[in-house]
Design a protein around this ligand. Structure first.
Ligand code: FAD
Length: 506
């Protein structure tokens, strides 16, 4: 069942946990990207961490030429959770109701004097379930992704970023401890103090060093409600200046039970483009025609999105006063400020309604030639001019949903595997493009052109959720971290068994 056709007779105690039927194999050979298709030889459905350790140890000890990919929710876009002719571990099998009845919940909330509140969460768990469980204790993690139907193991293998990152760091900065099964099949508990090399390797490590079985996630008292605002700009320089101001105010604060006086809790941004009718569902119906007119007139409108958390018992007048102070001096187009007041779960789970709308139009399960790029603050104006003004506006390349927001480097730990630009502030630019099955390559070529342009302009960007064709490209991506990345691979997965879909060591 390997590339070389090696026979694979797994140990007896896990032998009945493999599925080879065409439907299961087909499912494991696709992901959200719908671009890469790699058919595995078999899919493994573990019911315990021990099953996973047995499998990896067996492959390692026997030096089998078999690669193993943990598959979370398969929301990668480039086959990162696939294993051609190898084994795909369906991590969500650990969440099987029969198994849970025996083993108990895979999300548990506790408190310790040194850590405060935390949740021990299975690497297979979806963030939406982490949110819903922790909210029953009045608690929640502080750092999120925009979309919550992703597994904890999947986002911690990348970084896990959103509009809270400027303040709380990415999700990888909010993990106290993990249980990991390494590429040798060893079950290891690691933290910044114990087995720290493995801990830092795994966080942002693209699945290369071990399979995350459990992560201990920091929790804080959850806010109850959210003032969710969008303010519109027609001038990018003013827009980015205001974003940078908002992420620098109170950089370093943590939520308190009153959720007061720490600036905004979330800062993002996106583009409204004159490329077909823009999605205006956030805005009140009566305002939509004048927003549309603004978009038609300028071609691009920049939407700064912020959120302020508060508690039910906070008087409305206090919250409104705070918002007024926070918005003072911002240069958005007068009259183009829109506020919603929603429950925290509706805010954090906001993309679920977009998913529903896209699914209903048949626009969810289609190719996603995405481009996610971190751009240093010092070059963002030139990037905007070259890519937004020139390629999107003048050449009219189809951009999809474009997110753009700055974040603070000091919230990332350089010992972790994740790579980011070297400037103190850098922008997340996500061009979340979707295409037809026949023309994703055209989109891909445009993405490559954008990157080529950045190289030509000397912009020292880093890709996020990156995929490369050659090891040379990976070496460039990791830069100074490459030697450490290689050293850690030799230490924790010396036979290059894990996460072949990232195409780093194979
Ligand atoms: P998978 O695609 O299943 O796996 C990703 C990689 O992690 C693979 O290499 C896999 O082998 C490895 N892996 C999976 N589970 C484990 C584990 N337990 N232990 C070790 N390795 C493991 N990202 C953000 O940061 N912010 C966002 O706001 C955001 N929004 C998104 C919205 C959508 C609609 C989509 C499709 C993706 C989004 N992402 C975002 C990207 C997402 O975080 C990554 O693609 C993530 O890897 C997806 O998680 P998953 O569970 O689907 O992982």
């Amino acid at each position: 069942m390997s590339d070389q056709g090696t026979a694979f007779f797994p140990p007896k105690d896990i032998a009945d946990k493999f599925r080879n039927d065409p439907e299961t194999l087909k499912l494991a050979s696709t992901d959200y990207g719908h671009i890469v298709h790699e058919i595995p030889a078999t899919v493994f459905r573990p019911t315990s961490a021990n099953d996973i350790a047995t499998l990896v140890k067996f492959v390692y000890n026997n030096s089998l030429p078999i690669k193993i990919a943990a598959r979370g929710h398969a929301h990668s876009v480039r086959g990162q959770a696939m294993s051609r002719n190898g084994v795909v571990i369906n991590m969500t099998a650990l969440n099987d109701p029969d198994h849970l009845r025996k083993a108990g919940s895979r999300i548990s909330v506790s408190r310790s004097p040194s850590l405060g509140f935390y949740a021990d969460v299975g690497g297979d768990q979806l963030w939406i379930d982490v949110l819903q469980t922790t909210l029953t204790y009045g608690l929640a993690p502080v750092s999120w992704t925009d979309y919550l139907y992703l597994t904890v193991g999947g986002t911690l293998s990348n970084a896990g970023i959103s509009g809270q990152t400027f303040r709380f760091g990415p999700q990888i900065s909010n993990v106290h401890e993990m249980d990991v099964i390494t590429g040798k099949g060893d079950f290891v508990t690691c933290s910044a103090k114990v087995n720290s090399e493995l801990y830092y390797a795994v966080l942002g490590g693209l699945g290369q060093f071990g399979i995350i079985i459990r992560a201990r996630i920091a929790l804080e008292p959850a806010p109850e409600r959210v003032k969710w605002l969008r303010i519109l700009y027609t001038n990018f320089s003013q827009f980015s200046k205001d974003q940078e101001r908002l992420i620098s105010a109170n950089n370093g604060g943590r939520l308190t039970t009153s959720h007061k006086n720490y600036g905004f809790d979330y800062v993002e941004g996106s583009l409204l483009l004159n490329q077909g009718p823009p999605d205006l569902s956030f805005y009140p119906k009566p305002d939509q025609p004048r927003i549309s007119s603004l978009v038609t007139k300028y071609g691009i409108v920049f939407c700064l999105e912020v959120a302020k958390y508060y508690d039910d018992h906070t008087p409305a007048i206090t919250v409104d006063k705070e918002l007024e102070i926070l918005l003072k001096g911002l240069g958005f187009v007068p009259g183009f400020k829109f506020v919603k007041d929603v429950a925290v779960v509706d805010f954090l789970n906001r993309v679920a309604s977009e998913e529903k709308a896209l699914r209903s139009k048949g626009l969810w399960d289609i190719p996603h030639p995405w481009l996610n790029i971190f751009v240093p603050k010092s070059r963002i104006l030139e990037f905007e001019s070259a890519v937004f003004e020139h390629m999107i506006l003048k050449e009219n390349i189809s951009a999809g949903l474009v997110l753009i927001y700055p974040t603070n480097r000091n919230k990332w730990n350089d010992k972790m595997s994740a790579v980011i630009p070297s400037e103190d502030v850098f922008y997340v630019v996500s061009m979340l493009r979707s295409s037809g099955y026949n023309n994703w390559e055209e989109f891909d070529t445009q993405n490559k052109l954008i990157l080529k342009l950045c190289v030509h302009m000397g912009i020292k960007f880093k890709l996020y959720l990156s995929h490369y064709e050659t090891q040379e490209d990976w070496r460039n991506h990791f830069g100074l971290k490459w030697a450490t990345f290689q050293y850690r691979k030799a230490q924790f997965d010396p036979k290059h068994i894990l996460a072949p879909g990232q195409r780093i060591f194979n």
